[in-house]
Structures are given as structure tokens and as C-alpha cells.
Design a protein around this ligand. Structure first.
Ligand code: ZN
Ligand code: ZN
Length: 366
């Protein structure tokens, strides 16, 4: 069968005809792939930049892909033939208690596997067999944007975790019982930045999103429709802090230079949280003693944010469905393009580099 394969830690990617029995499967439910999503992590694996990427044990290649929607081929354990499903991409270590209750996002051994990234064949192949426990139903009405449920699941988990941390503050809600007075700054306008901003707006929080340039046309539509503020950070963040003040939550969603953190830290409000989502691949950050004193003195938190699990996939599906009503124009822009697996040259190109103005690219397998 056709599969997109990589050989980490080496850079490179190819579309190959692979023998079905050389691929790992995870259960008895047969699923035919409809769409794969392409994200920054795939490109880091393809370009040999993701040091944690690993081959499955005893294999000399890895099937790429952790964002997938497929169609159930034969009815089995609660799923019917024709149902659309999305696989949960991280699988537990099988030993620690968090993994045993389906929360491998908090794995205690670190021996979990991640489809298409760490030690587990991914879903960029014509079909795979899976365990129903790791499948989330995608309604037919979400065939267009449903592929975003995987990255959005990570964002859902992140926001849930931030709220959990803010429960430490006796009163974090506003005078009217909502969170409408709270302010969030999202650094980075990539797909993750966009998903964070839509989710925080859905929850009634004020959102600023920033990048080192003026917003493009698609972003203008998002800003207007979801009432999101934009800041061009090409020079620095001083003007933003002068005009808007400080932020209750700052999300680092760029995956750019690690040094960015020292620039955004002064913008954090007392009792605030810096959520680190991006995976920097260069640079370093030096935090001086005065900044550390401020962190201590004002209850500030640095929080690493990673990996949504099945409950978050389910939340993501319901939010995607609601955004079609709340933000109809933006919803239509979320999928930038769909490339057929038969267009091999173009598929390999979008796996290596980001397209201009891209939010989410899909590969179709049908
Ligand atoms: Zn991804
Ligand atoms: Zn574990």
C-alpha cells in the first residue's frame, strides 16, 4: 500500500509502496484513510530537526502522520461501516497510572509513543487497523474542517490546564461572573495561534495576537469576525504594553527562538501564566535576578503545554462545529488547500515547506 515514510533522525521523505505486514497496527478495526493533516511537527521530522523523533522498534522506517480522518470499513465495537473517525495520536506507556486511565499527556515514565513521530507508525498510509478506545467520531458535517480536531485537542488541553492553574487565585472571574475582563496575548499567528485565539474568544476572553508583520487578508477576516486585536511586534512589545497594559495569560505559539521568552515576560500581569506551546529549535534565554524576583513576588507561572487526549478531541469536535456558526467566514478559511496523494511532487513539497499564508494543508487519500 502507498505510505509516506521517513527515516529519523535523517532528513528526507518519500512516498513508497510498502508491504502491509511491515506496518504496525493497533487493533482490529479497519480504517481507510480519507485525509491527513500536515503540520509543523511533520516538517521538523522531514527536515531532520526533531531530535526526539524515533523509528518504531526493530524497523528501519517510520510512517509519518499524526493528524488523520478515516472511514470505518467494517462495523466493530460500537463503530459502523462508513463512520468517520480520528485517531488519538499519543499512546500510553502501558505502565504508569495516568496512561492506564487514558491520560498519556501526563505520562510519568516518558515511554509513551506518538504516531508518526516517536516509535509508532503514523497514519499517512492508505489504511490502518486500530483499537476503538483510541478513536473519536467525526460527524459528516465536519468532513471539511474536522482534521483540525487533532491540533485543537492540544489547544483544548492547554486551556483546560491554564484554567486549572488559575483556580489557585481566589477570584479570577470578573464582576459579572464571566472571564470577559481577562486578557490573553498569543504570540504567533500560525495554525496553533489561530486555534488558541478562537478558543479563548469562544470562552469570552479578550485576545491579542501578534506577529512580526502586518496581518494578511485571511487574518483580517479572523480579526474582524472574532473581534481579535492584532499587534505587529516587528520592533518590540513596548508599544503594546504602553497601550494595552499587561496580560493575564501569554501563549508562546511560535516555536521560534527561545530568547523570545525574555521579551514577553515583562508583559505578564500579576498572578499570570506564561503558556509555552511552541517547540523552539534554536537560541537560549537568560532570565536575570530582577525578573525572577518579579515572578516570585507576583505568583507568576511558567507552564509547558502539550498533547490533548480523547476528552480534548471530543471538546475540539464540538468547538469546531460551533465555530461554523460563530465564525462562518473564518471556518471556511481554516483549510488552506487539499492536495491529492496522486500529486506526488506537490505532496512532498508541502511536507518540506510551509505554503505562503497557510493555516492547514490536507492530503486527500480517496
Ligand atoms: Zn501536529
Ligand atoms: Zn505513562
Amino acid at each position: 500500500m502507498k505510505a509516506i515514510i521517513v527515516k529519523p533522525p535523517a532528513a528526507g521523505v518519500q512516498i513508497s509502496n510498502v508491504n502491509e505486514k511491515d506496518l504496525s497496527n493497533y487493533g482490529y478495526l479497519k480504517i481507510r484513510t480519507l485525509y491527513s493533516g500536515v503540520c509543523g511537527t511533520d516538517r521538523e521530522v522531514v527536515n531532520g530537526k526533531l531530535i526526539l523523533s524515533e523509528l518504531p522498534k526493530g524497523k528501519d522506517f517510520l510512517v509519518l502522520g499524526h493528524e488523520a480522518i478515516g472511514k470505518v470499513e467494517e462495523s466493530y465495537e460500537g463503530f459502523s461501516e462508513g463512520d468517520m473517525v480520528m485517531p488519538v495520536n499519543r499512546r500510553g506507556c502501558g505502565v504508569c497510572k495516568n496512561c492506564l486511565v487514558g491520560r498519556s499527556d501526563f505520562c510519568e515514565t516518558g515511554n509513551f509513543r506518538e504516531a508518526g513521530i516517536v516509535g509508532m507508525d503514523g497514519f499517512m498510509r492508505e489504511q490502518w487497523y486500530d483499537d476503538p478506545r483510541y478513536l473519536v467520531r467525526i460527524p459528516k458535517s465536519l468532513e471539511d474542517i474536522g482534521i483540525l480536531a487533532q491540533p485543537l485537542a492540544d489547544v483544548e488541553k492547554s486551556v483546560e490546564e491554564i484554567f486549572e492553574v488559575q483556580k489557585r487565585v481566589p477570584i479570577w472571574s470578573c464582576d459579572d461572573g464571566t472571564l470577559n475582563c481577562r486578557k490573553v496575548l498569543i504570540v504567533g499567528t500560525g495554525p496553533i495561534g489561530v486555534l488558541f485565539s478562537l478558543l479563548f474568544r469562544t470562552l469570552g476572553i479578550k485576545v491579542w495576537i501578534s506577529n512580526k508583520r502586518e496581518p494578511n487578508e485571511t487574518e483580517q477576516i479572523l480579526l474582524e469576525e472574532a473581534r481579535i486585536n492584532y499587534y505587529n511586534s516587528v520592533n518590540d512589545y513596548e508599544e503594546l504594553s504602553r497601550k494595552v497594559g499587561k496580560f493575564d495569560v501569554i501563549i508562546e505559539a511560535t516555536g521560534a527562538d527561545a530568547g523570545l521568552i525574555t521579551k514577553i515576560l515583562p508583559l505578564l500581569e500579576r498572578n499570570g501564566v506564561v503558556g509555552l506551546f511552541g517547540f523552539p529549535v534554536s537560541g537560549s534565554a537568560t532570565i536575570d535576578f530582577k525578573s525572577i524576583q518579579q515572578i516570585v513576588h507576583a505568583n507568576k507561572v511558567f507552564l509547558g503545554l502539550v498533547n490533548g487526549q480523547k476528552p480534548h478531541f471530543q471538546l475540539a469536535v464540538s468547538h469546531l462545529a460551533s465555530w461554523k456558526t460563530l465564525y462562518p467566514k473564518t471556518s471556511k478559511n481554516l483549510i488552506t488547500d487539499t492536495v491529492s496523494i496522486d500529486e506526488e511532487k506537490e505532496v512532498l513539497k508541502i511536507l518540506k515547506e510551509k505554503r505562503r499564508g497557510e493555516i492547514k494543508m490536507r492530503i486527500s487519500w480517496d
